[in-house]
Design a protein around this ligand. Structure first.
Ligand code: NOJ
Length: 443
């Protein structure tokens, strides 16, 4: 590496996971749409499910001890709605609350500050039967679930996030069908976007008026594709792609409403906006914005697309997911976002890469590709801070290998290797490199 990494002394280093991807222990929680989706033949690459996953519910102490060994300041995880309220809207599970209280106490005891995401895709199945996020009621059920979490866990949580990547719930879950609940319907997709935004606003309102502990924001996988060339058509195409991939999620929650150009492109699939909704969604300022960043793609003008753009492939180096490695894209995205969000603090709440990790003869994993991905993206974070972006922290995805959604266990993002047969954890080379960075790179 050329230049050693340097960060301000208060910069937060963490790692991240989510409930369905690691918890397992499925018989002590309600069903979620991901349990249902895993039962559809062919939906998951290796036909796996989340019933056991990393068995984290039974092994959380070992996992927190590993995080302690890694030296991170913070841990971002998600709370499973069906573990707290198994049917989504009824009784609260004491057992579910007890698990998260134990986890949080363990984290706090080890000096690791928790950041809790309220929704990382595991919607209670019973709510899906009633229309899921297509149904406005779900937003109100979500607010109540969030209030239960604030009340029952708030004394132990420092930072909250309402949602993780609503883009994926909307687009992958309802337009391309790659994620639960597996629909392919544009009108449904637009209902989902709006109802998730509404649920965010209702929850912000409840948090701000309820006098709860801590701070709150949301996590978006904003993507602002780059123009394939510098001709004006491509520049416009890239800007329009940013409507779908960034503005419909970001603009409403910072009080700027939906991009009209996007709404106008799809008169046949309107957003179900009711009077007063946009005020609810945009009224309360975020304490911080979480950004998940993995890659950036180029777009070009396409006269046949309703918004006149299409993504194109490149010959850049790729991760095991097939995603381009584009650290400079993170810098572009941070500048684009900061221009819109002004003084709002930004966290990178996820960044990482999948590789086909194998244990070597000594039982080690020398994941040099992951190490260089990590270093190159952290170098961009450093540069962003030098260029006055209010970037407060960075969470590596992921603490450990886990259930990678439609890819099952066939893609590994962890800094810790997980043997899914034995549940043995093995820190990878990237774990040790991250530990070194966390320990030595702050002023
Ligand atoms: C973002 C999602 O939040 C996370 O759940 C997923 O595993 C990573 N991307 C990698 O695909």
């Amino acid at each position: 590496m050329s230049k050693p990494l340097r960060f301000p002394k208060e910069f937060v280093f963490g790692t991240a996971t989510s409930s369905f991807q690691i918890e397992g222990d499925a018989h002590h929680r309600g069903r979620s749409i991901w349990d249902d989706f895993c039962n559809i033949p062919g939906a998951i690459l290796d036909n796996s499910d989340g019933l056991i996953a990393c068995d984290h519910v039974n092994r959380y102490k070992e996992d927190v001890a590993l995080m302690k060994e890694m030296g991170v300041d913070s841990y971002r995880f998600s709370i499973s709605w069906p573990r707290i309220i198994p049917d989504g809207s009824g009784e609260v599970s004491k057992e579910g609350i007890a698990f998260y209280r134990n986890l949080l106490k363990e984290l706090n005891a080890q000096g690791i500050s928790p950041m809790a995401t309220l929704y990382h895709w595991d919607l209670p199945s019973i709510l899906e039967l009633k229309g899921g996020w297509r149904n406005r009621e779900t937003a109100y059920h979500f607010r109540r679930y969030a209030e239960v979490c604030f009340t029952e866990l708030g004394d132990l949580v420092e930072k909250w996030l309402t949602f993780n990547e609503p883009f994926c719930t909307a687009i992958l879950g309802h337009l391309t069908g790659e994620h639960a609940p597996g629909m392919k319907d544009l009108a449904a997709t637009h209902k989902v976007i709006h109802h998730i935004n509404l649920a965010h606003g209702l929850t912000m309102e409840a948090f701000r008026t309820g006098g709860y502990n801590g701070e709150i924001g949301t996590t978006l996988n904003l993507s602002t594709p780059r123009p394939a060339t510098d001709c004006p058509e491509d520049i416009l195409a890239a800007d329009r792609a940013a409507d779908r991939d960034a503005r419909v999620y970001l603009d409403p929650v910072i009080g700027k409403g939906y991009p009209k150009r996007y709404l106008d492109a799809y008169p046949e699939a309107p957003f179900p906006i009711e009077e007063g909704d946009m005020e609810i969604i945009g009224k309360h300022k975020l304490d911080y914005l979480g950004i998940n960043y993995y890659t950036e793609y180029p777009v070009t003008f396409d006269k046949d697309h309703p918004e006149n753009f299409k993504g194109i492939a490149t010959d850049l180096p790729k991760t095991h997911m097939g995603w381009d490695i584009t650290p400079e894209g993170l810098l572009r995205l941070l500048h684009w976002t900061h221009k819109r969000t002004e003084d709002i603090q930004i966290f990178i709440t996820e960044n990482g890469s999948a590789w086909d990790d194998r244990l070597d003869e000594q039982g080690k994993i020398n994941d040099t590709d992951r190490v260089s991905y990590l270093e190159s993206h952290l170098a961009i974070c450093q540069r962003a801070i030098e260029e006055d972006i209010p970037l407060t922290g960075y969470y590596a995805w992921s603490t450990m290998d886990n259930f990678e959604w439609a890819w099952g266990y066939a893609r590994r993002f962890g800094l810790i290797y997980c043997d899914f047969e034995t549940q043995k954890r093995t820190p990878k080379e990237s774990f040790y490199r991250y530990r070194e960075i966390v320990k030595n790179s702050r002023d």
